[in-house]
Design a protein around this ligand. Sequence first.
Ligand code: SF4
Ligand code: SF4
Ligand code: SF4
Length: 315
Amino acid sequence: MEERTKKIREIAKRLLSEGRVDVVLGYRAGTVPLKNAPYFARTPEEAENFIWDSHGRINLANFLPQRQDRVAVVAKGCDARNIVNHIVENQIKRDQVYIIGVPCQGMIDPGLVYEREGRLIEEAIEADGRLIVKGQGFETTMERTEVLRQNCRSCAYRNPPLYDELVTDPVPEQEGLDPYEDIKEFLTRPNSERFDYFEKLIEPCIRCYACRDACPLCYCAVCFVDEHMPQWLGKSIDPRDKMTFHILRAFHCAGRCTDCGACEAACPMNIKVRQFTRRLEMDVKELYGYEAGLSPDIQPPLTVYRPDDPQDFIK
Ligand code: SF4
Ligand code: SF4
Ligand code: SF4
């Protein structure tokens, strides 16, 4: 059994049997290979169902806003950053959440695996840094690193920045990466070309809102897209309505997004929605030197007023 699975179960059982928390959030095996499901354990026995591998793409911080119980949550680097966001935004109290930090080596993109394999996969196992997939009459081995999700390849915070307990020693962080290289190149293109790119990108969008629902930042009681009075935008898949949804959602995530990739992983149409949020992430980093979710003691730049702001728009 994966060492981290064993440790997560041990910690969860201990917290539940000592009555330290009411519930532990983690992952259990999904009903199909390569996709784990979130799991809520309320008894030490239920904690036996937890697993850890490279298929936990869902960001568990999404289940925390406005909870009233005491909760422990299994958190990789990006999840922990979103928990920090929730603490900063008063969605959960620090002393109400116990963070079981998991140093992370990246999650696998099932889309990439299926692209390579092109046939029904019935089983997936990991061993020695490799992924072995099996189906009717075949077995293929691939390097884990070749099928990692795009955001995990450029992730600079694989270790949780905030935790109560770590399940293993920290993993080495990926140094010297420029996660915005492609965005910088994109920005050299003319405006019209950029607009055409985004129009084409979201053409297949069916406005199912899976991207929004999977995102820990989207916890508004009523989202602007669901408002009827006033109705901010149409309910159709008209290209302008779609564009408005994506641009407004991206702006709502500005200075808060951790690039966890949960939005993209949830999209049934395989749309690279992080193209919107990463541009704003880059701007916030360049303009304010801020990256979301690294410390509960730092307020995000878009929520604070500083009299020495270098720009004069507010004066
Ligand atoms: S973004 Fe980073 S912390 Fe999150 S799953 Fe990928 S590698 Fe792990
Ligand atoms: S999940 Fe995909 S299809 Fe659904 S609203 Fe988001 S971008 Fe559109
Ligand atoms: S916008 Fe996407 S990448 Fe950013 S925090 Fe939300 S789910 Fe994660």
